[in-house]
Write a protein of this length. Structure first.
Length: 153
């Protein structure tokens, strides 16, 4: 009986481990995961940037703490989107360009977010008919430092 206990225990542990591999799904409205210590005011600022009325959210998906959001819009909307996101506390923003940012996913730009690093990667679709590269303005790429404690007067 003792010889069977160890293999049974291992089998039980392995059986439960498959349920904890990850969480994935579709995103119905713009949003990303945040670390627990990311301040509410900063969260609201990020959410406002992701929910601009001039940027049309198409769809999104997530896998654990990684999120991809697909958008459509004109160059001006993208400029304002990038500017707002760059001003968010504790955020790192990078911008790149691709002929097909995500194969088979029509969009003008796609936003990828890593919640652990609070890093946003915006990939601009070079084949977009709505984005004019000559009018695109890239903002400062790193937001202001994150303030975790209120400053005394």
């Amino acid at each position: 009986m003792r010889n069977l206990l160890a293999p049974l225990l291992c089998a039980a542990l392995l059986a439960t481990a498959t349920d904890a591999l990850g969480l994935a799904g579709e995103v119905k409205e713009p949003g990303v995961a945040f670390s627990q210590d990311y301040p509410e005011v900063a969260r609201q600022q990020v959410m406002a940037a992701l929910n601009r009325s001039d940027s049309k959210f198409l769809k999104g998906r997530f896998i654990n703490s990684f999120t991809s959001l697909f958008y459509a819009g004109e160059t001006k909307a993208l400029n304002l989107f990038l500017a707002d996101l760059a001003k968010c506390a504790g955020v790192t923003l990078s911008v790149s360009f691709a002929s097909d940012p995500v194969a088979g996913e029509p969009c003008d730009w796609v936003v990828s977010h890593d919640a652990h690093a609070n890093h946003f990667q915006v990939r601009v679709n070079l084949k977009s008919e709505r984005i004019k590269l000559s009018d695109l303005t890239l903002p400062e790429v790193k937001g202001p430092p994150l303030v975790t404690k209120p400053q005394s007067p």
